[in-house]
Design a protein around this ligand. Sequence first.
Ligand SMILES: Nc1nc2c(ncn2[C@@H]2O[C@H](COP(=O)(O)OP(=O)(O)O)[C@@H](O)[C@H]2O)c(=O)[nH]1
Ligand SMILES: [Mg+2]
Length: 199
Amino acid sequence: MQLKKAQFETSAPSLAACPEPSLPEFAFIGRSNVGKSSLLNLLAGRKNLAHVSATPGHTKLINFFRVDDAWYLVDLPGYGYAKVAREDRSKFSAFVADYLTKRESLELVFLLIDSRHEPQRLDLEFVDWLADAEVPFLVVFTKSDAVSKTKLALHMKLFRAEMAARFERVPEMFSSSATAHEGRSALLKLIGSVVRLDH
Ligand SMILES: Nc1nc2c(ncn2[C@@H]2O[C@H](COP(=O)(O)OP(=O)(O)O)[C@@H](O)[C@H]2O)c(=O)[nH]1
Ligand SMILES: [Mg+2]
């Protein structure tokens, strides 16, 4: 799918402040620093559309980016900011929970997982939350450039096993690298097929 125009629309502090739910949305979530904003920029083909930060824990708002006046990319606040007390880390704001469970126009969540690690408890707890809430999601392994092909394959295999223990149908899994420009076409193709089905 070719993408012509991507623009920032709004930062919402509450579900009520989100744009009219008139276009299909694809929302990115994952731990702080996993590469959400970078992946969003990669997909949009714009270097600085979403703000990339070396210091995690910044975004508290839900940021909407309108693409070709046809769909939205949505940058959600990250979970698991390391400076937050351990018991609070896996929690995320009531607002994000609200958005994930109540937003009518949310088509699909992209759960971002750092390729460099074996399955992490925090991420699996979030998967369990998504499963309970019946929120449809796919998995993207980010920063694939930062790990060997062998390690990437191993980490994906271990994560897939965790998914197979939870779901009858294992969520689709992709890998990406904002640095090496990898994963863009596969993800845009998937978004394109969902957007076309919708209309
Ligand atoms: N090596 C590598 N680093 C990345 C990649 N994507 C993001 N980063 C770095 O990871 C840090 C966090 O990125 P950001 O997109 O702000 O993550 P967010 O907090 O999830 O939105 C930044 O220092 C990025 O430069 C990637 O594909 N490869
Ligand atoms: Mg970000």
